[in-house]
Design a protein around this ligand. Structure first.
Ligand code: PLP
Length: 444
Protein backbone atom coordinates (compact mmCIF):
# COMPACT_ATOMS: atom_id res chain seq x y z
CA UNK A 1 0.00 0.00 0.00
CA UNK A 2 2.49 2.65 -1.11
CA UNK A 3 -0.18 5.38 -1.10
CA UNK A 4 -0.88 4.91 2.61
CA UNK A 5 2.84 4.88 3.38
CA UNK A 6 3.33 8.14 1.48
CA UNK A 7 0.54 9.70 3.51
CA UNK A 8 2.44 8.98 6.68
CA UNK A 9 5.85 9.94 5.35
CA UNK A 10 5.90 13.66 6.25
CA UNK A 11 5.61 12.95 9.97
CA UNK A 12 8.07 10.09 10.06
CA UNK A 13 11.44 11.20 11.39
CA UNK A 14 12.98 7.74 11.32
CA UNK A 15 14.45 7.47 7.83
CA UNK A 16 16.69 10.53 7.96
CA UNK A 17 19.96 9.56 9.71
CA UNK A 18 20.98 13.04 10.76
CA UNK A 19 24.60 14.26 10.53
CA UNK A 20 26.55 15.23 13.67
CA UNK A 21 23.29 14.95 15.63
CA UNK A 22 22.12 13.06 18.71
CA UNK A 23 19.50 11.29 16.57
CA UNK A 24 17.48 9.65 19.34
CA UNK A 25 17.27 12.80 21.43
CA UNK A 26 16.29 14.86 18.39
CA UNK A 27 13.62 12.46 17.21
CA UNK A 28 12.14 12.26 20.70
CA UNK A 29 11.98 16.04 20.88
CA UNK A 30 12.73 17.69 17.52
CA UNK A 31 14.10 21.18 16.95
CA UNK A 32 12.46 21.83 13.60
CA UNK A 33 13.03 24.83 11.35
CA UNK A 34 10.78 25.62 8.41
CA UNK A 35 11.54 29.19 7.40
CA UNK A 36 13.98 32.08 7.76
CA UNK A 37 14.32 35.80 7.14
CA UNK A 38 17.28 38.08 7.85
CA UNK A 39 18.37 37.51 11.49
CA UNK A 40 15.72 34.89 12.30
CA UNK A 41 14.66 31.34 11.74
CA UNK A 42 10.98 30.39 11.94
CA UNK A 43 9.63 27.15 13.41
CA UNK A 44 6.67 25.26 11.90
CA UNK A 45 4.52 26.71 14.74
CA UNK A 46 5.60 30.20 13.70
CA UNK A 47 8.05 30.97 16.52
CA UNK A 48 10.84 33.39 15.50
CA UNK A 49 14.25 32.13 16.57
CA UNK A 50 17.17 34.57 16.73
CA UNK A 51 20.03 33.10 14.71
CA UNK A 52 23.18 33.44 16.80
CA UNK A 53 25.26 31.28 14.49
CA UNK A 54 24.52 32.25 10.86
CA UNK A 55 23.11 28.75 10.44
CA UNK A 56 26.43 26.94 10.69
CA UNK A 57 28.86 29.81 10.01
CA UNK A 58 27.19 30.05 6.59
CA UNK A 59 24.63 32.81 6.22
CA UNK A 60 26.84 35.89 6.59
CA UNK A 61 24.41 38.04 4.59
CA UNK A 62 21.46 36.96 6.74
CA UNK A 63 18.64 34.69 5.60
CA UNK A 64 16.58 34.64 2.43
CA UNK A 65 17.98 37.90 1.14
CA UNK A 66 15.95 38.94 -1.89
CA UNK A 67 18.82 39.54 -4.39
CA UNK A 68 20.28 36.10 -3.67
CA UNK A 69 16.91 34.35 -3.78
CA UNK A 70 16.12 36.08 -7.06
CA UNK A 71 19.48 35.12 -8.60
CA UNK A 72 18.92 31.45 -7.73
CA UNK A 73 15.36 31.57 -9.06
CA UNK A 74 16.46 33.16 -12.33
CA UNK A 75 19.35 30.74 -12.76
CA UNK A 76 17.12 27.70 -12.22
CA UNK A 77 14.97 28.91 -15.10
CA UNK A 78 17.92 29.64 -17.40
CA UNK A 79 20.44 26.82 -16.98
CA UNK A 80 19.80 24.06 -14.44
CA UNK A 81 23.01 22.11 -14.89
CA UNK A 82 25.82 21.89 -17.36
CA UNK A 83 28.62 19.35 -17.23
CA UNK A 84 31.55 20.47 -15.13
CA UNK A 85 34.14 18.51 -17.10
CA UNK A 86 35.27 19.76 -20.54
CA UNK A 87 32.39 22.28 -20.69
CA UNK A 88 31.84 25.54 -18.86
CA UNK A 89 29.15 28.07 -18.11
CA UNK A 90 29.81 31.82 -17.78
CA UNK A 91 28.85 32.30 -14.13
CA UNK A 92 31.43 29.83 -12.81
CA UNK A 93 34.15 31.82 -14.60
CA UNK A 94 32.72 35.11 -13.39
CA UNK A 95 32.58 33.90 -9.79
CA UNK A 96 36.12 32.49 -9.93
CA UNK A 97 37.36 35.88 -11.17
CA UNK A 98 35.52 37.71 -8.40
CA UNK A 99 36.90 35.39 -5.70
CA UNK A 100 40.42 35.63 -7.13
CA UNK A 101 40.16 39.43 -7.10
CA UNK A 102 39.13 39.36 -3.43
CA UNK A 103 41.95 37.05 -2.40
CA UNK A 104 45.30 38.55 -1.43
CA UNK A 105 48.56 38.43 -3.41
CA UNK A 106 48.79 36.04 -6.33
CA UNK A 107 46.12 33.69 -5.02
CA UNK A 108 44.42 33.89 -8.37
CA UNK A 109 43.07 30.51 -9.49
CA UNK A 110 39.90 28.95 -8.08
CA UNK A 111 39.05 25.23 -8.13
CA UNK A 112 35.41 24.64 -7.21
CA UNK A 113 34.07 21.87 -4.96
CA UNK A 114 30.76 21.55 -3.11
CA UNK A 115 31.62 21.67 0.57
CA UNK A 116 34.37 22.50 3.00
CA UNK A 117 35.35 18.84 3.25
CA UNK A 118 35.76 18.57 -0.50
CA UNK A 119 37.65 21.85 -0.56
CA UNK A 120 40.13 20.50 1.99
CA UNK A 121 40.62 17.19 0.20
CA UNK A 122 41.09 19.13 -3.05
CA UNK A 123 43.76 21.36 -1.49
CA UNK A 124 45.63 18.38 -0.03
CA UNK A 125 45.52 16.59 -3.38
CA UNK A 126 46.71 19.69 -5.24
CA UNK A 127 49.62 19.95 -2.79
CA UNK A 128 50.67 16.34 -3.39
CA UNK A 129 50.23 16.59 -7.16
CA UNK A 130 52.11 19.92 -7.24
CA UNK A 131 55.21 18.31 -5.80
CA UNK A 132 54.90 15.48 -8.33
CA UNK A 133 54.67 18.05 -11.11
CA UNK A 134 57.73 19.85 -9.74
CA UNK A 135 59.78 16.64 -9.66
CA UNK A 136 59.82 16.47 -5.84
CA UNK A 137 57.43 13.56 -5.48
CA UNK A 138 59.01 12.51 -2.16
CA UNK A 139 57.19 15.39 -0.52
CA UNK A 140 54.11 13.49 0.61
CA UNK A 141 53.73 14.24 4.31
CA UNK A 142 50.86 16.46 5.41
CA UNK A 143 50.98 18.38 8.69
CA UNK A 144 47.78 19.41 10.48
CA UNK A 145 47.17 20.61 14.00
CA UNK A 146 45.60 19.29 17.19
CA UNK A 147 42.06 20.61 17.69
CA UNK A 148 41.89 21.45 13.98
CA UNK A 149 38.74 20.74 11.98
CA UNK A 150 39.04 20.23 8.26
CA UNK A 151 35.78 18.48 7.48
CA UNK A 152 35.00 14.80 7.33
CA UNK A 153 36.70 13.41 4.22
CA UNK A 154 39.54 10.98 4.84
CA UNK A 155 42.05 13.73 4.09
CA UNK A 156 40.32 16.19 6.37
CA UNK A 157 40.02 13.85 9.36
CA UNK A 158 43.63 12.76 8.90
CA UNK A 159 45.04 16.28 9.18
CA UNK A 160 42.29 17.28 11.62
CA UNK A 161 42.82 17.02 15.33
CA UNK A 162 39.46 16.12 16.85
CA UNK A 163 39.64 12.75 18.53
CA UNK A 164 35.98 11.79 18.17
CA UNK A 165 36.08 12.55 14.44
CA UNK A 166 39.08 10.24 14.01
CA UNK A 167 38.94 7.33 16.39
CA UNK A 168 36.21 5.31 14.64
CA UNK A 169 37.70 5.52 11.18
CA UNK A 170 40.74 3.30 11.08
CA UNK A 171 44.18 4.38 10.03
CA UNK A 172 43.14 7.24 7.74
CA UNK A 173 45.94 8.76 5.59
CA UNK A 174 49.46 7.61 6.28
CA UNK A 175 52.31 10.07 6.75
CA UNK A 176 50.45 12.77 8.67
CA UNK A 177 51.79 14.64 11.68
CA UNK A 178 50.27 17.36 13.87
CA UNK A 179 51.35 20.66 15.37
CA UNK A 180 50.20 21.32 18.92
CA UNK A 181 47.09 23.49 19.32
CA UNK A 182 47.54 27.03 20.59
CA UNK A 183 45.17 27.19 23.56
CA UNK A 184 46.28 27.43 27.17
CA UNK A 185 43.65 28.84 29.51
CA UNK A 186 46.19 29.69 32.18
CA UNK A 187 47.90 32.04 29.68
CA UNK A 188 44.99 33.34 27.63
CA UNK A 189 41.71 33.39 29.58
CA UNK A 190 39.22 36.15 28.68
CA UNK A 191 41.25 37.55 25.78
CA UNK A 192 39.61 39.78 23.20
CA UNK A 193 41.11 39.04 19.78
CA UNK A 194 44.49 37.37 19.36
CA UNK A 195 46.21 36.30 22.59
CA UNK A 196 49.69 37.62 23.40
CA UNK A 197 50.91 34.18 24.45
CA UNK A 198 51.57 31.29 22.10
CA UNK A 199 53.49 32.44 18.97
CA UNK A 200 56.37 30.16 19.98
CA UNK A 201 54.14 27.12 19.37
CA UNK A 202 54.70 27.63 15.63
CA UNK A 203 58.31 26.60 16.25
CA UNK A 204 57.05 23.06 16.83
CA UNK A 205 57.09 22.83 13.05
CA UNK A 206 60.89 22.96 13.25
CA UNK A 207 60.78 19.87 15.48
CA UNK A 208 58.51 18.06 13.00
CA UNK A 209 60.83 19.01 10.12
CA UNK A 210 63.80 17.70 12.06
CA UNK A 211 62.00 14.41 12.66
CA UNK A 212 60.82 13.78 9.10
CA UNK A 213 63.15 15.96 7.00
CA UNK A 214 61.73 18.81 4.92
CA UNK A 215 62.21 16.84 1.69
CA UNK A 216 59.33 14.56 2.75
CA UNK A 217 56.84 17.28 3.75
CA UNK A 218 54.31 18.56 1.19
CA UNK A 219 52.16 20.98 3.14
CA UNK A 220 50.99 22.36 6.45
CA UNK A 221 47.27 23.01 6.83
CA UNK A 222 45.75 25.12 9.61
CA UNK A 223 42.63 27.14 10.20
CA UNK A 224 43.89 30.70 10.76
CA UNK A 225 41.32 30.80 13.54
CA UNK A 226 40.43 27.31 14.74
CA UNK A 227 36.65 27.30 14.94
CA UNK A 228 35.02 23.98 15.53
CA UNK A 229 36.65 23.03 18.81
CA UNK A 230 35.63 26.30 20.40
CA UNK A 231 37.10 29.32 18.61
CA UNK A 232 40.86 29.61 19.10
CA UNK A 233 42.14 32.88 17.61
CA UNK A 234 45.80 32.59 16.60
CA UNK A 235 48.32 33.98 19.07
CA UNK A 236 49.86 37.26 17.92
CA UNK A 237 52.63 36.54 15.41
CA UNK A 238 51.93 32.79 15.29
CA UNK A 239 50.83 32.61 11.65
CA UNK A 240 53.73 34.78 10.46
CA UNK A 241 56.13 32.47 12.25
CA UNK A 242 54.50 29.44 10.64
CA UNK A 243 54.81 31.07 7.21
CA UNK A 244 58.47 31.83 7.89
CA UNK A 245 59.28 28.22 8.75
CA UNK A 246 57.35 26.92 5.72
CA UNK A 247 59.31 29.32 3.51
CA UNK A 248 62.60 28.22 5.03
CA UNK A 249 61.93 24.61 4.06
CA UNK A 250 59.87 25.11 0.89
CA UNK A 251 56.73 23.65 2.52
CA UNK A 252 53.32 24.74 1.19
CA UNK A 253 51.04 26.52 3.67
CA UNK A 254 47.28 26.00 3.35
CA UNK A 255 44.81 28.17 5.25
CA UNK A 256 41.46 26.47 5.77
CA UNK A 257 39.15 29.49 5.62
CA UNK A 258 35.89 27.56 5.38
CA UNK A 259 34.54 29.58 8.30
CA UNK A 260 36.89 32.57 8.43
CA UNK A 261 36.42 33.46 4.75
CA UNK A 262 33.99 36.09 3.46
CA UNK A 263 34.06 38.65 6.19
CA UNK A 264 33.74 36.73 9.45
CA UNK A 265 36.89 38.36 10.86
CA UNK A 266 36.29 41.76 9.26
CA UNK A 267 38.30 41.11 6.09
CA UNK A 268 37.51 39.06 2.99
CA UNK A 269 39.88 36.37 4.23
CA UNK A 270 41.72 35.90 7.52
CA UNK A 271 44.94 35.87 5.48
CA UNK A 272 44.38 39.60 5.01
CA UNK A 273 43.66 40.27 8.69
CA UNK A 274 46.84 38.48 9.70
CA UNK A 275 48.89 39.78 6.76
CA UNK A 276 50.12 36.30 5.90
CA UNK A 277 50.00 34.94 2.36
CA UNK A 278 49.28 31.19 2.27
CA UNK A 279 49.84 29.10 -0.84
CA UNK A 280 46.23 27.94 -0.91
CA UNK A 281 43.01 29.01 0.78
CA UNK A 282 40.01 26.70 1.15
CA UNK A 283 36.55 28.25 1.30
CA UNK A 284 32.86 27.18 1.37
CA UNK A 285 29.77 28.18 3.40
CA UNK A 286 29.58 32.00 3.21
CA UNK A 287 30.76 32.14 -0.43
CA UNK A 288 27.05 32.22 -1.26
CA UNK A 289 25.74 32.83 2.23
CA UNK A 290 25.01 29.12 2.63
CA UNK A 291 22.25 29.06 0.03
CA UNK A 292 23.53 26.35 -2.34
CA UNK A 293 26.32 23.86 -1.54
CA UNK A 294 29.66 25.20 -2.77
CA UNK A 295 33.29 25.15 -1.70
CA UNK A 296 36.63 25.56 -3.33
CA UNK A 297 40.35 26.20 -3.26
CA UNK A 298 42.15 29.39 -4.22
CA UNK A 299 45.69 28.59 -5.35
CA UNK A 300 48.66 30.83 -5.98
CA UNK A 301 49.69 31.36 -9.56
CA UNK A 302 52.85 29.29 -9.21
CA UNK A 303 50.90 26.27 -8.03
CA UNK A 304 48.39 26.47 -10.86
CA UNK A 305 51.06 27.13 -13.47
CA UNK A 306 53.11 24.11 -12.40
CA UNK A 307 50.35 21.94 -13.88
CA UNK A 308 50.07 23.79 -17.19
CA UNK A 309 52.55 21.80 -19.23
CA UNK A 310 52.41 18.83 -21.59
CA UNK A 311 50.11 18.39 -24.61
CA UNK A 312 47.20 20.85 -24.52
CA UNK A 313 44.50 18.24 -25.10
CA UNK A 314 45.49 16.35 -21.94
CA UNK A 315 43.72 16.95 -18.61
CA UNK A 316 46.19 18.66 -16.28
CA UNK A 317 44.68 17.66 -12.92
CA UNK A 318 42.73 14.43 -12.57
CA UNK A 319 40.37 15.77 -9.95
CA UNK A 320 36.94 17.40 -9.86
CA UNK A 321 33.29 16.92 -8.92
CA UNK A 322 30.15 16.53 -11.02
CA UNK A 323 28.85 19.67 -9.36
CA UNK A 324 32.06 21.76 -9.32
CA UNK A 325 30.92 25.33 -10.01
CA UNK A 326 27.23 24.34 -10.23
CA UNK A 327 25.18 27.06 -12.01
CA UNK A 328 22.84 27.65 -9.04
CA UNK A 329 25.71 27.88 -6.57
CA UNK A 330 27.66 30.19 -8.87
CA UNK A 331 24.68 32.48 -9.47
CA UNK A 332 24.05 32.62 -5.73
CA UNK A 333 27.73 33.36 -5.15
CA UNK A 334 27.76 36.31 -7.57
CA UNK A 335 24.65 37.81 -5.97
CA UNK A 336 26.09 37.25 -2.49
CA UNK A 337 29.41 38.92 -3.28
CA UNK A 338 27.49 41.88 -4.74
CA UNK A 339 25.49 42.12 -1.53
CA UNK A 340 28.59 41.91 0.68
CA UNK A 341 30.09 44.76 -1.32
CA UNK A 342 26.97 46.94 -1.51
CA UNK A 343 26.20 46.61 2.18
CA UNK A 344 29.89 46.77 3.14
CA UNK A 345 29.35 43.76 5.40
CA UNK A 346 33.03 42.94 5.91
CA UNK A 347 33.73 46.53 6.97
CA UNK A 348 30.64 46.42 9.14
CA UNK A 349 31.99 43.33 10.87
CA UNK A 350 35.31 45.08 11.53
CA UNK A 351 33.52 48.15 12.88
CA UNK A 352 31.28 46.05 15.16
CA UNK A 353 34.13 43.94 16.56
CA UNK A 354 34.97 46.10 19.63
CA UNK A 355 31.32 46.43 20.62
CA UNK A 356 30.75 42.72 20.08
CA UNK A 357 33.78 41.82 22.20
CA UNK A 358 32.67 44.14 25.02
CA UNK A 359 29.14 42.75 24.93
CA UNK A 360 30.23 39.10 25.03
CA UNK A 361 32.69 39.81 27.86
CA UNK A 362 29.78 41.01 30.05
CA UNK A 363 28.98 37.30 30.44
CA UNK A 364 32.17 36.89 32.51
CA UNK A 365 31.18 36.12 36.07
CA UNK A 366 27.99 34.24 35.18
CA UNK A 367 27.75 30.77 36.71
CA UNK A 368 30.15 28.18 35.24
CA UNK A 369 31.77 30.55 32.74
CA UNK A 370 35.44 29.50 32.63
CA UNK A 371 36.67 31.48 29.63
CA UNK A 372 35.43 33.74 26.84
CA UNK A 373 37.21 34.31 23.53
CA UNK A 374 36.22 36.80 20.83
CA UNK A 375 37.54 37.72 17.39
CA UNK A 376 35.74 39.37 14.46
CA UNK A 377 32.04 38.57 14.88
CA UNK A 378 32.87 35.29 16.59
CA UNK A 379 32.79 34.32 20.25
CA UNK A 380 33.16 31.22 22.40
CA UNK A 381 32.09 30.77 25.99
CA UNK A 382 33.53 27.79 27.87
CA UNK A 383 31.22 26.39 30.54
CA UNK A 384 32.22 24.09 33.37
CA UNK A 385 31.20 20.50 32.61
CA UNK A 386 28.62 18.72 34.72
CA UNK A 387 29.91 15.84 36.82
CA UNK A 388 28.15 13.30 34.56
CA UNK A 389 30.24 14.14 31.54
CA UNK A 390 31.56 16.62 29.01
CA UNK A 391 28.95 18.11 26.73
CA UNK A 392 25.83 17.63 28.84
CA UNK A 393 25.59 21.23 30.09
CA UNK A 394 26.17 22.75 26.66
CA UNK A 395 23.72 20.34 25.03
CA UNK A 396 21.10 21.46 27.54
CA UNK A 397 22.03 25.08 26.83
CA UNK A 398 21.51 24.59 23.09
CA UNK A 399 18.19 22.82 23.66
CA UNK A 400 16.90 25.30 26.26
CA UNK A 401 18.01 28.24 24.07
CA UNK A 402 15.86 26.96 21.24
CA UNK A 403 12.81 25.96 23.27
CA UNK A 404 12.68 28.58 26.02
CA UNK A 405 14.59 31.60 24.71
CA UNK A 406 13.89 31.52 20.94
CA UNK A 407 17.60 31.46 20.23
CA UNK A 408 19.84 29.28 18.09
CA UNK A 409 23.36 28.72 19.40
CA UNK A 410 26.00 26.15 18.51
CA UNK A 411 27.80 24.05 21.06
CA UNK A 412 30.88 21.89 20.99
CA UNK A 413 31.94 20.02 24.10
CA UNK A 414 30.84 22.41 26.83
CA UNK A 415 31.58 25.50 24.77
CA UNK A 416 28.95 27.81 23.31
CA UNK A 417 29.97 29.32 19.97
CA UNK A 418 28.37 32.48 18.60
CA UNK A 419 28.76 33.64 14.99
CA UNK A 420 25.76 35.80 14.04
CA UNK A 421 25.02 36.95 10.49
CA UNK A 422 27.14 40.01 9.67
CA UNK A 423 23.97 42.11 9.28
CA UNK A 424 23.42 42.05 13.05
CA UNK A 425 22.70 45.51 14.51
CA UNK A 426 24.02 46.97 17.76
CA UNK A 427 20.64 46.33 19.37
CA UNK A 428 20.71 42.85 17.90
CA UNK A 429 24.03 42.21 19.66
CA UNK A 430 22.53 43.32 22.98
CA UNK A 431 19.48 41.11 22.45
CA UNK A 432 21.62 38.12 21.53
CA UNK A 433 23.96 38.48 24.50
CA UNK A 434 21.04 39.04 26.87
CA UNK A 435 19.46 35.79 25.69
CA UNK A 436 22.76 33.91 25.96
CA UNK A 437 23.15 35.19 29.53
CA UNK A 438 19.70 33.93 30.40
CA UNK A 439 20.48 30.54 28.87
CA UNK A 440 23.71 30.27 30.89
CA UNK A 441 21.80 31.01 34.09
CA UNK A 442 19.10 28.50 33.10
CA UNK A 443 21.63 25.65 32.89
CA UNK A 444 23.52 26.62 36.06
C1 PLP B 1 37.56 24.94 8.97
C2 PLP B 1 36.58 23.99 8.35
N1 PLP B 1 36.97 23.21 7.34
C3 PLP B 1 36.14 22.36 6.75
C4 PLP B 1 34.82 22.25 7.15
C5 PLP B 1 33.92 21.26 6.51
O1 PLP B 1 32.92 21.86 5.75
P1 PLP B 1 31.68 21.00 5.22
O2 PLP B 1 30.85 20.67 6.42
O3 PLP B 1 31.01 21.96 4.26
O4 PLP B 1 32.22 19.81 4.54
C6 PLP B 1 34.36 23.05 8.20
C7 PLP B 1 32.97 22.97 8.64
O5 PLP B 1 32.56 23.61 9.59
C8 PLP B 1 35.27 23.93 8.83
O6 PLP B 1 34.90 24.68 9.88
Amino acid sequence: MPALRDLHAPNDLEAFWMPFTANRAFKANPRMISGAKDMHYVTPEGRKILDGVAGLWCCNAGHNREPIVEAIRAQAGELDYSPAFQFGHPKAFALASRIAAMAPGDLDHVFFANSGSEAVDTALKIALAYWQAKGEGRRTRLIGRERGYHGVGFGGISVGGIVSNRKMFGTMLAGVDHLPHTYDRSQQAFTKGEPEWGAHLADELERIVTLHDASTIAAVIVEPMAGSTGVLPPPKGYLKRLRGICDKYGILLIFDEVISGFGRLGTAFAAERYDVLPDMITFAKAVNSGTVPMGGVIARKGIHDAFMSGPEHVIELFHGYTYSGHPLAAAAGLATLDLYREEKLFERCAAMEPRWADAVMTLKGLPNVLDIRTVGLVAAIDLASLPDGVGRRAFDAMDRAFRDFDLMIRVTGDTIALTPPLIISENGIDELIDKVGRVIRAVA
